[in-house]
Design a protein around this ligand. Structure first.
Ligand SMILES: [Zn+2]
Ligand SMILES: [Zn+2]
Length: 286
């Protein structure tokens, strides 16, 4: 039995221009998932342009506040979630796919910095609330931020991971309204074997501390299957007293829904977590 995919994006996320909610539901059923959550992007942090300017793929939706800002291309902000249209699409899919549990959701960036706007969005009613860090301080401009994809150019892979974990700790230590910590390994999406051995071993003490703070908050650790998450981290989560894990493909196209779920869920089971009586729910401790 595969777990639910509790982190996916559809056409309602500003960066998911090949997203298709109906096709994602079809794919979820085809690969044997019991449930899918559409956790669309909700972002409030302004991103500084990288030194070379923005190079978004065609189809990205968002706005620039100032064409003469850093990099000459202004701060970028992803387009807001169109909640009414999104919720109507969720209802349509529930009617079309009665054998699939379909949950509404959001992936909110830097929840702890934007408590007011975050609560406004959540007042519209969502079932899965993922909190994620997507930005780090721009070392060129005090108090401003870069997308992690660009912040990596200012740091070594190890420093990037450590800085990322520091911001994760600040978010999970806050009382921000989110249930699941998204992709704790996000900064490693840019790490390659050529950069040296996976840096998790070098940040073990810091990572265990962050996981302890997360466990004390009662929140859930997401096992993001994109890389996928290093199993050492799942074991540290168990040893920290973590109560549950979610699984998330972070699919931005329908064909990625449930990607690598069979092998990753087997590995997670070996690290001390298992399904509960409800196959659509988070996995609990063994
Ligand atoms: Zn994310
Ligand atoms: Zn995501």
């Amino acid at each position: 039995m595969l777990p639910a995919d509790d982190h996916t994006h559809s056409q309602f996320s500003w960066d998911s221009f090949h997203g298709n909610m109906r096709a994602s539901c079809q794919h979820a059923l085809a690969v044997g998932l019991p449930a899918i959550s559409f956790t669309e992007h909700v972002d409030f942090t302004l991103w500084n342009a990288p030194p070379g300017g923005w190079a978004w793929d065609e189809g990205i939706r968002g706005s620039y506040d100032d064409p003469v800002g850093p990099g000459g291309h202004g701060h970028f902000m992803g387009a807001p979630l169109e909640v009414d249209a999104y919720q109507a699409a969720i209802e349509d899919c529930r009617t079309r796919f009665p054998d699939l549990t379909i949950r509404s959701g959001v992936e909110m960036s830097e929840v702890h910095w934007h408590t007011g706007p975050v609560r406004d969005v959540l007042s519209r009613g969502f079932e899965r609330i993922v909190g994620s860090i997507h930005t780090l301080p721009d070392l060129r401009a005090r108090g401003e931020h870069l997308l992690v994809d660009h912040a990596k150019d200012q740091r070594s892979p190890l420093d990037l991971l450590s800085a990322y974990l520091s911001e994760v700790e600040a978010m999970v230590a806050s009382d921000g309204p989110f249930e699941v910590l998204g992709h704790i390994d996000f900064s490693l999406r840019h790490w390659s074997p050529g950069d040296g051995p996976s840096p998790w071993g070098q940040v073990e003490e810091q990572a265990r501390h962050v996981l302890g703070v997360l466990a004390a908050s009662g929140r859930v650790l997401e096992v993001n299957t994109r890389l996928p998450l290093d199993l050492r981290v799942v074991r540290w989560w168990h040893e920290a007293g973590g109560g549950a894990v979610s699984f998330g493909s972070d699919a931005h196209v329908p064909g990625d829904v449930g990607a690598r779920f069979r092998e990753v869920s087997q590995a997670v089971a070996s690290a001390g977590f298992r399904p509960t009586d409800d196959p659509t729910a988070f996995w609990g401790r063994t």
